[in-house]
Design a protein around this ligand. Structure first.
Ligand SMILES: NC(=O)c1ccc[n+]([C@@H]2O[C@H](COP(=O)([O-])OP(=O)(O)OC[C@H]3O[C@@H](n4cnc5c(N)ncnc54)[C@H](OP(=O)(O)O)[C@@H]3O)[C@@H](O)[C@H]2O)c1
Length: 232
């Protein structure tokens, strides 16, 4: 895909047993304060932060930069205070007071399938949300990445969830994966992991190249991997 799409990196916080949430799926806290500060810096380094619909609707994330210093640094570099917030949704049941919409200032971009209701889209557009319909019944993620590139977004931080991570990896749309492993175990066969979806056979497994391993004072470990076969 080369220049046709942005640089895409996934960041995930997982437990030692690989879970990114409990079976309750209520967005359980996994990161430490140190890791939250690292993620804040990752956001500050990105043009956009992307999440999947169930993360968006279930967790109502802010996706903005917490640190006033990092926001000021972006402004000094002529960048918007916060990266754009990007949602990939199958249904547009966003509440008008969702923090995704209200917490900012930030550009807001929504990718929906072509089957999405025009009525719902109109209300969101009136609030300044940029909406692109690509594919059906699910969003065409290749087209979505091409659109992000076309509208000036060159670095995309993906913050889950499992379904979106898997589809992006399967389609070869990810350059790097960063994984914070917390000293916790959640268990639960139905608890989500870094990559969900339909899964791959061993022959089709996505292979990674380790870039770095950091041992953190909070008992956690930070792993960085390049996705092989992509641009890194
Ligand atoms: N610890 C962490 O770092 C972290 C970060 C983020 C999220 N999480 C956790 O992850 C869980 C949510 O993950 P999830 O797997 O349930 O959902 P998800 O990946 O957040 O959202 C997937 C949504 O995107 C929609 N979608 C539309 N087009 C798509 C496409 N082409 N490919 C993939 N999805 C597409 C899906 O629609 P359909 O209805 O068609 O499937 C679904 O609604 C939550 O428990 C959350 O707390 C953890």
């Amino acid at each position: 895909m080369g220049a046709l799409r942005p640089f895409v990196f996934i960041n995930v916080a997982a437990t030692v047993d690989g879970k990114i949430d409990t079976v309750e799926r209520r967005g359980a806290a996994i990161s430490s304060d140190v890791d939250r500060a690292r993620v804040d810096a990752l956001r500050a380094s990105a043009d956009a932060v992307m999440v999947g619909g169930r993360t968006l609707l279930g967790e109502d994330p802010r996706l903005t930069i917490r640190s006033a210093h990092l926001r000021a640094d972006r402004r000094a570099r002529g960048l918007p205070e916060n990266p754009a917030k990007v949602g990939v949704v199958s249904t547009s049941s966003l509440q008008p007071d969702a923090r995704f919409l209200t917490h900012g200032p930030a550009r807001i971009v929504l990718f929906v399938p072509t089957s999405a209701s025009e009525h719902d889209m109109g209300a969101l557009r009136a609030r300044g949300v940029e909406i692109y319909a690509h594919g059906a019944p699910r969003v065409d993620l290749v087209a979505a990445m091409q659109t992000l590139s076309r509208i000036g977004i060159q670095r995309v931080l993906v913050e889950g969830g499992a379904a979106l991570n898997f589809e992006l990896l399967r389609l070869g749309l990810v350059d790097e994966v960063q994984l914070y492993i917390a000293p916790l175990i959640f268990g639960g066969s139905d608890a989500p992991t870094l990559a969900g979806g339909a899964g791959l056979t061993r022959d089709a497994a996505i292979t990674l190249t380790r870039l770095s391993v950091d041992v953190l004072d909070d008992g956690g470990v930070l792993l960085r991997y390049a996705v092989r076969g992509n641009r890194l």
